[in-house]
Design a protein around this ligand. Structure first.
Ligand SMILES: [Mg+2]
Length: 224
């Protein structure tokens, strides 16, 4: 059995508008200058308290707890409004459906997003049935801790040696390698190609239709 674990933000869906807007609002509501967009995008993938602690670290007077609550409230407001926008990347649906249809392959999601956030995305994309296992910031320590991956492997009875993590950040790559799985870095998300390579990604892909090929290369083809 092969297991292919996808990161969510920056890998399956482009949530940067939502994340940058919510973070900006959270900082402004606390009377603080919002971090620059590039800095906000660099922490996407970490669990929220850790991400916000990093952003707030050098801003005096910032309470991480207050900012986390403000971010969550702001994100929920946006999600429930007409401004909600977390589109799948081009080719994501086709690749997920094709891989999920292979009898020897299970799919999962490993993400720093909340369970509620992932559920909303699976509901609006209709892809919920494609994923056998979902592990979120609510279930495990923040990436790059390998717990999320190890837990997903155990939940479906897979094997780390036939598991690949697909992600857009160095946190995904470090998590995958720490769990003993292979790692595919994707360049359409929020970290730079050179950083993914330096973190030790086994393959780096630039388009979604290269993902299935990279998976076959790394852990062998499933039954088709
Ligand atoms: Mg990501």
């Amino acid at each position: 059995m092969r297991l292919v674990l996808f990161d969510c933000d920056g890998t399956l869906v482009d949530s940067q508008v939502m994340i940058v807007s919510s973070m900006t609002r959270a900082f402004e509501s606390a009377g603080l200058a919002a971090p620059p967009r590039e800095e906000i995008l660099s922490i996407v993938g970490l669990s929220l308290p850790i991400a916000i602690a990093r952003l707030a670290g050098h801003r005096p007077g910032a309470s991480v707890e207050t900012l986390v609550e403000a971010y969550k409230a702001s994100f929920a407001d946006l999600r429930n409004s007409t401004l909600h926008r977390e589109p799948l990347y081009p080719g994501a649906r086709e690749t997920v459906e094709a891989l999920a249809g292979r009898p020897d392959t299970l799919l999962g999601i490993v993400t720093g997003k909340s369970r509620r956030g992932v559920d909303a995305i699976l509901a609006h994309t209709g892809l919920g049935d494609a994923f056998a296992v979902v592990r979120t910031a609510d279930d495990a320590p923040s990436k790059p801790h390998p717990g999320m991956v190890l837990d997903a492997i155990a939940a479906v009875g897979a094997d780390a040696r036939r598991t690949v993590v697909i992600g857009d950040t160095t946190y995904d790559v470090e998590m995958a390698l720490a769990a003993g799985t292979r790692a595919v870095g994707v360049t359409w998300g929020y970290h730079h190609r050179a950083d993914l390579a330096a973190a030790g990604a086994d393959r780096i892909v630039e388009r979604f239709d290269e993902v299935a090929i990279a998976v076959d290369d790394l852990i062998g083809p499933g039954e088709t």
